[in-house]
Structures are given as C-alpha cells and as structure tokens.
Write a protein that binds this ligand. Sequence first.
Ligand code: HH2
Length: 246
Amino acid sequence: MGVLNVTPDSFSDGGRWLDPGAALAHGLRMVAEGADVIDVGGESTRPGAEPVPADEELRRVVPVVEALAAHVRVSIDTRKPEVAEAAIEMGATLVNDVSASLAPVAAAAGVGWVAMHMQGHPRTMQEAPAYDDVVAEVGAFLVERASSAGVDEVWIDPGIGFGKTLEHNLTLLRHLEDLVATGYPVVVGTSRKAFLGRLTGGAPVDDRVEASVATAAWAMSQGAAMVRVHDVRPTVQAARLLDASR
Ligand code: HH2
C-alpha cells in the first residue's frame, strides 16, 4: 500500500502532493513501482495534528481518488463518514480507518475496511500512552471491532505510533504473530515514523528509508498481509526477496 498524503502538514510528505496533478503523478509512480493499493489521505494524523474540517478534506481527496481509481485500487484514509462515502462514490474500494469506527460505511457500500488501533486522539496520543499488556489489549480491541463489523473484507492494524511509546511499538512488532493468528489479514505501517528516527540515532524523516524497509520486511516475514509505505520501490524489492527465499 503506497501512501499518498494530500495534506499541507503530514509528517513526511506534507505539502508535496497538494496539487491534484502532482498527487496523481506520484500515485501512478507508486503503481509503476509495484504498489497494489494507493492510500489517499486528506488529514494528517501525526502526533499533535489538529483536525481538518470535512469540506476541506473532501476538496483535497475527491479529485485525486477519482483520477487514481481508474488505474489502481484506491483506499481512503479518513476518520469521517462523509469523506469515506464521497471517496467510495469516486471509486475507492477500501476504507483505511485509524479511528476503527467506520465499519457501518464500509458495510453499507460493500467495500473493504481497515480497522486500526489508536489510544487517544492524534492531538494528545503521545503524551502518556499506557497499557498493562499492549499486545493483548490491541489484539482484543481489533478482534472485537473486526468480528462485529458486518464487513466481508476486514483488515486489522496495530497502529504503530498511535498512542504508543517506542517500547510499545517494538513489543507489537515482536509479537505480530499473535495478531496474524487471529485469522484477520494484518496491515502494518511503520514507514518513516518517529520511533525509527530514535532507533537510528536521530535520522531525520527523509533519511529513514532503510529502517522503514527493514521493519516492513520484518512485518511481512511475520505474516503481515500488507505494509503501508512511502517508499514503494525498495519495499517491493524486499517483498520479492522474501518471497524468493521462502
Ligand atoms: N499511519 C499513518 C496514517 N494512516 N493507516 C494505517 N492503517 N496504519 C498506519 O500505521 C497509518 C495509517 C500516519 O502516517 P502518514 O500518513 O505518513 O502521516 P500523516 O498522518 O502525518 O499524514
């Protein structure tokens, strides 16, 4: 899954794809590099981000979804039902839902749904994340949401970086097999995230490609069915190598 943020403020690619023509070109580039799905988002959910009004989010994503849907499977990364519905009308067939609350929209439209775990809300989620047992709690939450969704195609995602410390992120990655064992296909998004900067001794956001590919490869080797990435070409190469070595 290639990330396409049509936002001014996303933490890694904010402002780069705000123009619909530039967004389409970047989406098509990721398709040429091997992405199976392009995830279009119009609201940053990075730690500290402020919510975006629905009309602005719609203005950003609708033309891009429409243009891309003729070429590739498009997912819509949103927390708002009206944005998901408009994107589905324009051809999106997957709702990527960091709030894990949009199952009714996906069910009514007969499209797929990614349920992601988040503790708290983007504005404050990194202030004091706390769990007794992060793997058990995230797993139980996702299975509860997935099993009551009424959606045929449900994916689950532990939400790396969403209300999680470095240690929580690593524990979830270490125990990814527990999520895979639920039987739901697992999505993992580590791409360019802050914990990779910390683990690499302070690499800035545009210097986290190797760390992103390493963690994506780890996730795939543990059974993740999809990885959400900014750097499609090296991730596809890693995926091909994993397939060959299996
Ligand atoms: N991470 C981000 C956004 N959406 N969706 C899923 N399913 N899993 C993730 O881990 C995930 C996600 C955050 O990354 P990004 O879109 O690059 O940044 P921003 O939220 O600043 O736009």
